[in-house]
Design a protein around this ligand. Structure first.
Ligand code: TRP
Ligand code: SF4
Length: 400
């Protein structure tokens, strides 16, 4: 059993917009209060599809990190780092590749989908095929049990679980496991050792779930046993081997319906974004000129908020009273669209004030961001190294 840990990554694609904020970052900011969190820039992932424009990485990484900090990701609470600066990601990816069936990778739904969607690129590469496995390495490296992702990434988390299971099955039974486990039981001390054996028997022979639970509690509270032995004891209790890689669960981030200025999904490629730290007058102008219900040609034509992207913004930024005012005023032609948009403009600007304030020190002194990342990389490396030691040993690489 490992401590609860959250891990998530984001590709460096440039300045972030409100879609990223409401879809991803707000969720991260919540999670960092409840769990130890690791958030990283997935720069190697960017190369799996954009190997032909590597300059995008350096152009995007630091702006994106400032956007994270602006949104409220707190380096005191969360570990913030860059994938390519923790080379264990690559090492685990390589080692996992030894046991990853090519068929599994070909069947990950995003493989064919993305190849079709990005048909202008040549994605018949080894790196692109292996992209879900790189993501598995990201996750398993930190024994993260909670991975916040959007729906499109769920198959990758499922794939990661399958790889972890396969790995544990193949390598989890270290040579002499039984003997080592018995030795570890002794280290629990006379009385506890006896109780542990009893609970184990009750679970394994009679399937007594309460005994399993009790056994886990006993282990959790046994301070005297080292990390390695503890892992063995959990495996021994449950009748599995040693859990080397933890099966992660997805934390599905509900797609916050943050539409773009034209009602489609907010996305840079549609040119319908408001950036996280956009100039206030630009924000105002973008909203003032955004589309409304096309049926409202004249001020006197009644409209239908359900057919208007501005209404989607009200759903995110306005309170009940304002929404009622919109519904009534729009349908009765009682209010004009410019009037209707004002509370949205105010809402977005209000939200952005805090973000701009939080970003300011990092813009003035970019070395602050470099330092946060350096510290984060160091912390991440230490965690990664713990896992890699076990993985190398399990795969026969700790020989002298
Ligand atoms: N694949 C994710 C994306 O493209 C980013 C990512 C990489 C990630 N590694 C991860 C997300 C590990 C969660 C956990 O959006
Ligand atoms: Fe859209 Fe508001 Fe205009 Fe109605 S009044 S069409 S909801 S902007």
């Amino acid at each position: 059993m490992y401590a609860e840990r959250v891990l998530s990554g984001m590709r460096p694609t440039g300045r972030l917009h409100l879609g990223h904020y409401h879809g991803v970052l707000k969720n991260w900011v919540q999670l960092q209060n409840d769990y130890p969190c690791l958030f990283f820039v997935a720069d190697w992932h960017a190369l799996t599809t954009s190997y032909d424009s590597p300059e995008v990485i350096a152009d995007s990484v630091w702006d994106m990190l400032i956007d994270w900090l602006a949104a409220g990701v707190d380096p005191e609470k969360a570990t913030i780092f860059i994938q390519s600066r923790v080379p264990q990601h690559a090492e685990l990816h390589l080692l996992l590749s030894m046991i990853s069936p090519v068929g599994w990778l070909e069947r990950v739904p995003t493989y064919k989908d993305q190849q079709e969607k990005l048909a202008h690129k040549d994605l018949s590469t080894y790196g692109f095929l292996g992209y879900p496995l790189l993501m598995s390495a990201d996750i398993l490296l930190y024994r993260a049990d909670k991975v916040p992702v959007g729906e499109d990434q769920l198959p990758h988390v499922e794939f990661t679980r399958e790889i972890a299971r396969r790995f544990n099955h193949m390598f989890g039974r270290e040579p002499g496991f039984e003997d080592k486990a018995k030795e570890a039981v002794k280290k629990l001390g006379g009385k506890k050792a006896k109780l542990f054996e009893e609970l184990r028997k009750r679970f394994q022979q009679e399937g007594d779930a309460a005994a399993l639970e009790q056994g886990r509690v006993l282990l959790k509270e046994s301070g005297s046993v080292g990390h390695e032995d503890l892992e063995r004891l959990y495996g021994y209790l449950e009748g599995s081997g040693k859990t080397i890689l933890v099966e992660a669960g997805a934390l599905l981030t509900e797609a916050a319906r943050m539409p773009g200025l034209d009602g489609q999904k907010m996305s840079k490629s549609y040119g319908n974004t408001i950036f996280l730290r956009e100039e206030p007058d630009v924000v105002s102008k973008k909203i003032r000129t955004m589309q409304t219900d096309p049926a409202r040609v004249r001020r006197t034509d009644p409209g239908d908020p359900d057919k208007c992207p501005v209404w989607q913004f009200h759903l995110i930024y306005s309170d009940d009273d304002t929404r009622k005012w919109v519904q009534q005023g729009c349908r009765s032609a009682g209010i004009g669209c410019i009037e209707c948009k004002q509370p949205v403009i105010d809402g977005v600007l209000r939200e952005q004030v805090a973000m701009r304030e939080r970003a300011q020190p990092y813009i003035e002194d970019p070395s602050l961001v470099r330092r946060i990342v350096a510290q984060g990389c160091e912390r991440a490396s230490a965690l990664a190294e713990e896992t890699m030691r076990d993985v190398r040993e399990a795969m026969g690489l700790s020989y002298r």
